[in-house]
Design a protein around this ligand. Structure first.
Ligand SMILES: CC(C)(COP(=O)(O)OP(=O)(O)OC[C@H]1O[C@@H](n2cnc3c(N)ncnc32)[C@H](O)[C@@H]1OP(=O)(O)O)[C@@H](O)C(=O)NCCC(=O)NCCS
Length: 170
């Protein structure tokens, strides 16, 4: 079974981060140049998955967010108050090019979901959202994320859906 060590980016040497290549330069550059800085500023928390050879298999970054009531699709509005609704943003998620299509992205997403469920125990958190890329939208759709609007690539999934999916079967 696929398993990795998941470490906060602040626990790794900065020089070690520059070898990561997911095929998308902005995501490589974020990890090597900005992830630790954003972590110490408290803007975004990045977690890095290391394989058994201590190579970076992938990473993800989480940050809080809000979704304006007007952005929420009609079908999801009924229960909600008309003010901004709290969310957790998967700000970045990427798998090393050499390890893509082997289940690493699924593993990373599961770790992000586990953290989201924990966060939701201590603060309001209704949606998990992600700004997908053309290259990753089918990945998020595969796991049940839906678009807020047809014309852009911001996706959401309800925290409640994730929580239920993660409950152990009885
Ligand atoms: C998108 C990305 C994160 C997927 O990671 P991955 O490790 O290749 O994905 P996995 O092997 O875990 O695939 C998980 C499942 O998603 C499915 N999938 C659907 N669309 C996919 C896509 N575009 N890319 C990869 N998997 C996709 C796979 O078939 C697989 O399904 P299965 O478990 O039923 O077989 C990875 O390709 C990547 O880092 N791409 C470049 C960076 C990027 O675009 N990041 C997203 C920006 S936030």
């Amino acid at each position: 079974m696929l398993d990795f060590k998941l470490l906060p980016v602040k626990d790794l040497q900065k020089s070690f981060l520059k070898d990561f290549d997911c095929g998308i330069e902005v995501l490589n550059e974020f990890l090597s140049k900005y992830a630790q800085k954003n972590d110490s500023l408290g803007i975004g928390k990045t977690f890095v998955a290391l394989d058994e050879n201590n190579k970076i298999a992938g990473y993800f970054t989480l940050a809080t967010a809000q979704v304006a009531f007007t952005e929420i699709p009609n079908d999801y509005r009924a229960k909600l108050p008309k003010y901004p609704i709290p969310a957790l943003r998967i700000a970045r998620l990427a798998t090393s090019k050499s390890m893509q299509k082997k289940g690493v992205g699924k593993w990373l997403l599961k770790q992000a979901f586990i953290k989201a469920v924990r966060v939701a125990e201590v603060t309001g958190l209704y949606f998990i959202i992600v700004d997908a890329k053309e290259s990753s939208k089918t990945f998020y759709e595969h796991y049940g994320f839906q678009k807020f609007k047809d014309e852009d690539l911001t996706y959401f999934i309800l925290l409640e859906t994730v929580r239920k999916a993660m409950m152990p079967a009885r």
